[in-house]
Each structure stands twice: as structure tokens, then as C-alpha cells.
Design a protein around this ligand. Structure first.
Ligand code: PMP
Length: 312
């Protein structure tokens, strides 16, 4: 991962990245009491413009995550201010290429003691140049993890809580060490939830299915995007309901979606080949549409793309 970034948003202002540091006593470092967002900005070469994808939706969810952790962030920052700081940061970096933006809110008190109450919190953010998250976007090899997804009554998956990413890290590394690109994770009840850091869709007999938001999944912005694109552009309805692992194995097409992975076609799951073993027509069409939309090339969806640079 590149470290070509020079600035960070830290304690309310944009500072050189070397100045954005915290103490080893920071509460969030010990207890996972932070939450984050992950956004992408896409470079459009024809327009010489950088577009941030669905920036307001990302910061709305970020604020919700801070609320789950009883943080004071929402009283100190509005979504509009966070959007403004993100654009300022990207302008300072002057990126003319695809980038990934990482806002983070964390309990910053220098204290020992597991709790959420009576602690300070801070917001920080940086942005780095970013390409593919999974190299194998067109034909990923996936395993069904033996780890289970954290439950809403343990650590809510609907908040992007740093502590819960220890669950994702166990899942991802286990899959990686076994030679797979990613993993599908099951809930405690054995139904499918999502990937280590992405939502999951299957296409079966012309219908799309994805686990509902009550299945311990992150309420993904790309998940929402693809439900809309499947319906409005491909005429395919998405049914949100519990999904059995064998439904995934027998699906015609399977894909992951998320800001990091973008949209990834799954070719194999453990010893099973999915569909023909090659990217299917629905995922192929969605990928084309998606990459045009995020670069601001589709007028109808241009409102999802916030330009970074001012033009005359
Ligand atoms: N699930 C998890 C666990 C994730 O970390 C992510 C990445 N943010 C997603 C799903 C996809 O969410 P989004 O489309 O909002 O990036």
C-alpha cells in the first residue's frame, strides 16, 4: 500500500502527516473503541476531475457508527463539515489518480479502563492513492470461513467499529493462508452474512438475493447502489432474506461489493465452480456500469459523484 500521502485531517485542521500522531496510551488502541469509514475518489481523465463516490452517504453512516460508540462527534461535526474537510484534504494532496479516503473517530483519552463513557473522542482522516484491493476482481477464489460473523448483540456489524475488524482480520488471513482471495462468513445460525469487508450478492434464475440488513452485515453503500442498479438498469429485483450456503454454491453468479473491493466476480467457492466458472452476464454488465458511474460518466447518476477540484 502506498504511503505517498503528505497530509492528514487531525484535531480539526489539515496538518502534515508527520504531525498526525497519537500516544500509545490512547484508549482506542487498546480496546477497539473507534469507528471508521472508507471512501473512494475516482479520477476522470477526460474531465481532469476527481470524483468522490456517495460522500454524503458515507458520512451519514460514519456519524451513526460514532453514535453507537457514544461519541460526541455528531455534536462537533456535521456531515457537511466532514464532506468539506474531505474535499480540502484531497485538494491539498492534489491527487490526479484514484484514491481511498479513511476517516476515523476514536476514543482518544489516555486512560486504562474498558468502557465507552466519560472519554474524549477525536476525528482524523487521511487519503492515499489506491488501486485494486483484490487482485483477482474478475474471477475470485473464495472459501467459506470456519470463523463466524460477530453478532448484533456482541459487536454490531452495522457500525464500522474498529474492534470488530479483529473478526474480519481472522477471517481474511485464514482464507489468504489457505490460498484463497477472500472468504464468505456465516452467522451464528449458519446463514450467509458477507465477506471479510464486503457485501455479497447471488444471482439465481434471474433473481438477485442478498442477506438482509438483519443478518449481521454492514449496511453497505455499494450494496444499496447495486440493488438500485440491478432494478433500474437490468430489470432484476433483489430479494433481501436469509441465504443458505448451498444456495450460494448453486448460484449462476456470485459477487462481492464494497468500497475497497469495488465489484468482484466469484468464480470458485472451496471445491465448487460457480456457474460457468467465468464472469456471468449480470456481473459483467454491473461492473461496466459501476466503473462508468463512479467516474462521473453517467449523467443519471452524476449526483453520486462529488467533484473535488473547482472548475470555471
Ligand atoms: N461489509 C464490511 C464488513 C465492510 O468492511 C465493508 C467495507 N466498508 C462493506 C461490507 C462494504 O460497504 P461499503 O459498500 O459501504 O463500502
Amino acid at each position: 500500500m502506498s504511503t505517498r500521502n503528505r497530509y492528514a485531517f487531525f484535531r480539526g485542521e489539515i496538518v502534515p502527516i508527520e504531525k498526525a500522531n497519537v500516544s500509545i496510551m490512547t484508549h482506542a488502541l487498546h480496546y477497539g473503541t473507534g469507528c471508521f469509514a472508507g471512501l473512494r475518489a475516482y479520477w476522470n481523465e477526460e474531465e481532469k476531475q476527481l470524483f468522490v463516490f456517495r460522500i454524503v452517504d458515507h458520512f451519514r453512516r460514519f456519524i451513526n457508527s460514532t453514535r453507537l460508540l457514544l461519541m460526541d462527534t455528531a455534536n462537533r461535526y456535521t456531515v457537511e463539515q466532514l464532506v468539506g474537510s474531505t474535499l480540502d484534504l484531497l485538494r491539498r494532496e492534489r491527487y490526479l489518480e484514484d484514491a481511498y479516503i479513511r476517516p476515523l473517530a476514536f476514543k482518544s483519552s489516555l486512560e486504562i479502563g474498558v468502557r465507552l463513557h466519560d472519554l474524549d473522542d477525536e476525528v482524523a482522516m487521511f487519503a492515499i492513492p489506491f488501486g485494486r484491493y483484490l487482485q483477482n476482481e474478475e474471477a475470485a477464489r473464495v472459501t467459506i470461513s470456519s470463523w463466524r460473523r460477530v453478532d448484533d448483540n456482541a459487536i454490531p456489524a452495522r457500525g464500522k467499529i474498529t474492534g470488530s475488524y479483529a473478526n474480519s482480520a481472522l477471517i481474511k488471513t485464514d482464507a489468504h493462508m489457505k490460498g484463497f482471495d477472500e472468504a464468505i462468513v456465516l452467522n451464528q445460525d449458519g446463514h450467509v452474512s458477507e465477506g471479510s469487508a464486503e457485501n455479497l450478492f447471488i444471482i439465481r434464475d434471474g433473481v438477485a438475493y442478498t442477506p438482509s440488513v438483519h443478518e449481521n452485515v454492514l449496511e453497505g453503500i455499494n450494496r444499496r447502489t447495486h440493488i438500485q442498479l440491478l432494478r433500474d438498469e437490468l430489470g432484476i429485483e433483489t430479494v433481501e432474506r436469509p441465504i443458505d450456503r448451498t444456495e450460494v454454491l448453486l448460484a449462476d453468479e456470485v459477487f462481492f461489493c464494497g468500497t475497497g473491493v469495488q465489484i468482484v466476480s466469484v468464480a470458485e467457492i472451496d471445491s465448487y465452480t460457480i456457474g460457468s466458472g467465468r464472469m456471468g452476464p449480470v456481473v459483467g454488465r454491473l461492473r461496466e456500469l459501476f466503473f462508468d458511474i463512479v467516474r462521473g460518466k453517467v449523467r443519471k447518476y452524476r449526483e453520486w459523484c462529488t467533484p473535488v477540484y473547482l472548475t470555471d
